[in-house]
Write a protein that binds this ligand. Sequence first.
Ligand code: BYC
Length: 334
Amino acid sequence: MTAVTSTVTTDAYEGASPEAAFEAAVAADERIEPRDWMPDAYRTTLIRQMAQHAHSEIIGMQPEANWITRAPSLRRKAILMAKVQDEAGHGLYLYSAAETLGTGRDELLDKLHAGRQRYSSIFNYPTLTWADVGAIGWLVDGAAITNQVPLCRCSYGPYARAMVRICKEESFHQRQGYELLLTLSRGTAAQREMAQDAVNRWWWPSLMMFGPPDDASAHSAQSMAWKIKRHSNDELRQRFVDICVPQAETLGLTLPDPDLAWNEERGHYDFGAIDWTEFQEVLKGNGPCNEQRITQRRRAHEEGAWVREAAAAYAAKHSAQHTQHAQTDGKATA
Ligand code: BYC
């Protein structure tokens, strides 16, 4: 990964018009910071992508949380709880990063709950067995890392910096999923079958996580020109397939695609056609779990209202005490 070496803001381009300073900073691989001038469409695109990303992190807690009470050992339970908590943390980093663009967290959550902002298609699939926790770690977190490592070089500073920490944690998540599947695949025949079944169900939806094919990707060209995205959806999808095939071999599991074959000429694995109709249906809200996920999210938000109120009351009390102490100290020194 080539690091973005400088965090020089557009202030460095004194004398240039704001537009020219922005273009020059992007061209020079510098980061755009919250107080820098940026085109409205750049801001809107970032809010759209970062909000979708943040929503994915918190909705993504649901399919895995489904297995916390049924984890097969204390060790597995502790690992899974830590992972699900990490996802909540990722959501918080990303909502905070989105707030630097002038949009409040409440507003973003309202849009999610009203169905006006998306979350990743992948979280609309059910976790039917314990092996799904492994398949999510290996494939879903693996796909997420492939997509997110280049986002550490995103032109928008707060998003790029949030991604550095998220990627470190995702890397641990991916490994725990791989290790879980390895244990199952080396276990009894029933465990092995369960691992294979989970991989069969999660493979294609994981490939869809990268978004529509390049020729149908509405935002890619502009996002790449702005260096928000560094690679196209198809490039990253191909990278992911190339990484997964040898890993599946080590696991002793197969990937459910008869067309998967090494292409010497391209230096990549060829793979079969993705069912984009299924993807579009999931995006329209017709996936197996869309209704369940959003209903649960709305309920969690409503049931958490007292926590937000208590936190706000506590903060107000502390701020009042702080002001009172400052006034008392002022009088004492007068
Ligand atoms: N699902 O022009 P395109 C995680 C939409 S969570 C739903 O290619 P773009 C984890 C897209 O929004 C990790 N919608 O878009 C958490 C657009 O619709 P709108 C989640 C999708 O933005 C817990 C339309 O299709 N990762 O790892 O240039 C537990 C056209 O697409 C999807 C991120 O969010 C999809 N899969 O590229 C475990 C990564 N794909 O908005 C794990 C950050 C596309 O015009 N996001 N759409 O109505 C990105 O990198 C980019 O937004 C995408 C799409 C590559 C996803």
